[in-house]
Design a protein around this ligand. Structure first.
Ligand code: PMP
Length: 353
């Protein structure tokens, strides 16, 4: 509390990011990728001349938007980029969701969405997940300022097929439907091909997960020209240069290497499937996942105790959400095969399951 703060700052409940530890831990808590970025990224960094930094970067990040347009088979005018998809999401909330009706979102989804709601004074209305712990698309109904959810959802891991998303969009044409595809490259089906028919669909994505570039902060959105123009208006009222020169160049290099991308995402998915089998054999309940993490229910021991033992005795960091619905679960990011082996061994010694 401070007399110097604007009044609303007292009322914010900021997002708590997963811990970024200083000591060397096996880090399975923020869904980073165990594989290195594409080799072309390394070349960009090595050959970058610091002399260039005297200048501002391209405010429109044209080279990166063009590369994304090619990747997703859309026009460059349908692509927006920002400093991580968190920033893109924040700008989208401001551009599209400040209407006199609640913003619809799943009761369990990315925990940053309610944080943006408080920041902008948007009233959320949360829709419970269905019995299989999936986003209940049928449950989105009634007056609303827009809809937001992650597909595949986080931290649950299930993704809806494009046909399900199309059915939702056929009912919801008045306001923006924002689909956060941060994890879609690990087995989800992207809704991007639906943007031509649905000018109210905005899809966001990130280089932090499937492109192994969380440290560089690159996020993007794809949608109709009118949505991208709305985002540009808000962005240019806030920060004209959200992406620096290195991020723009390295992002282009990452997109250029399709083989590396395919290899890494397939390897992560294979490790995920081995890890699931091992965890299930130990007695954990593991939710289906089309992402680079597993949501795992502990059946014999409180999840909070397993979390603490992993961290303190084995130096393994996973994520525990201390909420009513998620208290019994751990969210485990997919690391390398060796890291997952170390996790399984530690869980075995703890007697967890
Ligand atoms: N959406 C979801 C569902 C996420 O889990 C994350 C990562 N915490 C993000 C968006 C943001 O990712 P970034 O800002 O690194 O692009």
């Amino acid at each position: 509390m401070s007399q110097f703060w604007s009044p609303g700052v007292h009322r914010l409940t900021p997002y708590t990011p997963g811990e970024q530890p200083r000591q060397k831990l096996i880090k399975l808590n923020t869904n980073e990728n165990p594989w290195p970025p594409a080799p072309g990224v390394e070349r960009v960094l090595r050959h970058f001349e610091s002399e260039q930094l005297r200048r501002y970067p391209d405010p429109e990040a044209t080279a990166l938007r063009e590369a994304l347009a090619r990747e997703y088979s859309v026009d460059v005018s349908q692509v927006f980029v920002g400093n991580g998809s968190d920033e893109v999401l924040a700008l989208a909330f401001q551009a599209f969701f400040l209407h006199d009706a609640p913003l619809l979102m799943p009761e369990i989804s990315y925990s940053f969405y309610p944080v943006y709601c408080r920041l902008y004074g948007i009233g959320p209305r949360t829709i419970p997940l269905n019995e299989q712990w999936q986003v209940d698309l049928e449950g989105f109904e009634g007056e609303h300022a827009g809809i937001v959810f992650a597909n595949p959802n986080a931290p649950t891991g299930h993704g809806h097929e494009r046909a399900d998303i199309r059915r939702l969009l056929e009912r919801m044409r008045e306001r923006v439907v924002l689909i956060d595809e941060a994890y879609a490259d690990f087995g989800g089906e992207s809704a991007v091909p639906l943007i031509e028919e649905h000018p109210n669909l905005l899809v966001t994505g990130t280089f932090s997960k499937s492109r192994s570039l969380a440290g560089l902060r690159i996020g993007f959105a794809i949608g109709s020209r009118e949505l991208i123009e709305g985002l540009d208006r808000v962005k240019d009222s806030f920060n004209s240069y959200p992406l620096d020169m290195l991020a723009i160049e390295a992002g282009v290099a990452a997109l250029a290497d399709r083989d590396h991308f395919e290899h890494c995402r397939r390897a992560v998915m294979a490790t995920r499937d081995h890890t699931r089998q091992a965890l299930e054999a130990m007695g954990f309940e593991v939710l289906p996942s089309q992402t680079n993490f597993l949501l795992v229910r502990a059946t014999r021991q409180p999840a909070a105790e397993i979390f603490a033992a992993l961290r303190e005795e084995y130096g393994i960091l996973v994520r525990h959400f201390n909420t009513d619905q998620l208290r019994d679960f751990l969210r485990i990011s997919i690391g390398s095969e060796d890291e997952m082996q170390a996790l399984i061994e530690a869980l075995g010694e703890i007697g967890a399951g």
